[in-house]
Design a protein around this ligand. Structure first.
Ligand code: KIV
Ligand code: NA
Length: 269
């Protein structure tokens, strides 16, 4: 398993870091088998697997439930689990209890916090909880910022650079930058010493993250510009339809799928 030190070394050597979401046992198993460096149990699961229209409805218990399943599927991969909406920003005591719970109960390697919660990041660091800071587009704030590209003005870009530096100073172990201009993401990646993982942030970050269900076309509806499709799980629908047809027509199960055991005598046939 990659450790934080290995990820830092990768950044220093210019070895790009791959990160992919996984929220359950089978997908985590696949992502680990594919050799991907980091698994993100993202709160995007609210949309991709729970069917909500935003991440706002995802609870801490949801994240723990999925985080544990992902850990069982990928015991040898560095796992980051998202702190969901409402689990941070309430009070330092409540936030810290939530952070400790998520970290401990999922056996994750780090937790991820959206937004400029630098005091919380530093308190986590103090007690030994590694935190990934998520800046730029932060989907839990959809009600305020929508889903548009962030930091498009010079002033906003300067502010984001300062936030990234503040996150590093507070002790964040990694940074996720979502939907920001590529030149700004490049500058931030050069400026901070921690690994910067981009999504919709261009080619010059230290690594890239995408959502499993987007990459594999697994029942996702909207495809943001930054998503590249690498696989096609839509064929699953054809397979399911074939099962349905074969049951209807009495073709399944054929002999190959039937236990060849008889327990009843002739009188019962
Ligand atoms: O929840 C998620 O999948 C994420 C990534 C998009 C970075 O936070
Ligand atoms: Na997320």
């Amino acid at each position: 398993m990659k450790k934080l030190n290995d990820l830092m070394t990768m950044k220093q050597n210019g070895t790009k870091i791959s990160m992919m979401t996984a929220y359950d046992y089978p997908s985590a198993k696949q992502v680990e088998a594919a050799g991907i460096d980091i698994i993100l149990v993202g709160d995007s699961l609210g949309m991709t697997v729970l069917g909500y229209d935003s991440t706002v409805y995802v609870t801490l218990n949801d994240m723990i439930h999925h985080g544990r399943a992902a850990r069982r599927g990928a015991p040898e991969t560095f796992i980051v689990v998202d702190m969901p909406f409402g689990s941070v920003g309430v009070s330092m005591a409540a936030d810290m209890q939530n952070a400790v719970r998520l970290y401990r109960e999922t056996a994750a390697d780090a937790i991820k916090i959206e937004g400029a919660h630098f005091e919380l990041i530093s308190q986590c660091r103090l007690i030994g909880v590694p935190v990934v800071s998520h800046l730029g587009l932060t989907p839990q704030s959809v009600g305020i910022m929508g889903y548009s590209v962030q930091a498009k003005s010079k002033a906003a870009a300067e502010q984001l650079l300062q936030e990234a530096q503040a996150a590093e100073k507070a002790g964040a172990v990694m940074l996720v930058l979502e939907a920001v201009p590529s030149d700004l993401a490049a500058l931030i990646s050069r400026t901070v010493t921690i690994p910067v993982i981009g999504i919709g942030a261009g080619i010059d970050t230290d690594g890239q993250v995408l959502v499993y269900h987007d990459v594999l076309q697994y029942a996702t509806e909207h495809r943001p510009k930054f998503v590249k499709v690498y696989g096609d799980f839509t064929t699953g629908i054809e397979a399911l339809h074939q099962f349905h047809q074969e049951v209807r027509l009495g073709q399944f199960p054929s002999d190959d799928y039937i236990y060849n055991i008889k327990v009843l005598g002739e009188e019962h046939d």
